[in-house]
Write a protein that binds this ligand. Sequence first.
Ligand SMILES: N[C@@H](CCC(=O)N[C@@H](CS)C(=O)NCC(=O)O)C(=O)O
Length: 234
Amino acid sequence: MSANLRLFDLAGADDNLRFSPNCWRTRLALAHKGLPVETVAWRFTEKEVIAKSGQGKVPVLVAGDQWLYESWDIAEYLEDTYPDRPSLFGCSQGRAAARFVNQWANEVLHPAMARLLLPDIHAALHEKDKDYFRTTREAAFGRSFSAIAAERDEALAALRRTLAPLRTTLGAQPFVAGAAPAYADHVVFGAFQWAHVITPGSLTVADDPISAWVERMLDAYGGLARAAQRMARR
Ligand SMILES: N[C@@H](CCC(=O)N[C@@H](CS)C(=O)NCC(=O)O)C(=O)O
């Protein structure tokens, strides 16, 4: 038996535009465990809606009377609460290695990707979120959106360098976790799904092992990620 699960999931102006890399981790982890979830469209400025979690960021997963947050903690909760379902980590060493992959994605991959995505994210947001997003992200990056947009070529080159170890790894094995996708793939792919949903272009090249893995991840879990609504080409 599983509790009724509800996930607060970041949305753009359109309720169905779900682009958060951290929420995608949780959605893929739930699919991996075969757990159905009701997702609720949430916006950056709706802090009161998730106040019961004691903080202001998503994913927030409501499981019975528990309000869980922080995607890594949610993954550990799912693994430990549903040990008989397909494992997210494989073993204790796998969990420890996935923690490193999670931190690499948080601290290296997400900032490198965000430099390229910020203008597209801003364009997709609900009006009530736009000022908040610009102010907080310009403060975090220490420069204006127009300055960030002007550095696009440099940001793309930096992202390609950042992805080098991922490219080499996926040249040698089909998934980050090995023969089949697991939580290490969910955390890395969350960043690619962020780009896939929010940006009309492509960030990789056709013959790249990363692109082939992105395609496999889009198809995984019955094509969950591929079915996501995307921003239309402008
Ligand atoms: N380390 C957290 C990060 C959560 C996070 O930053 N979520 C973003 C959406 S991707 C958010 O809700 N931001 C709210 C804000 O910036 O006010 C996790 O992995 O859950």
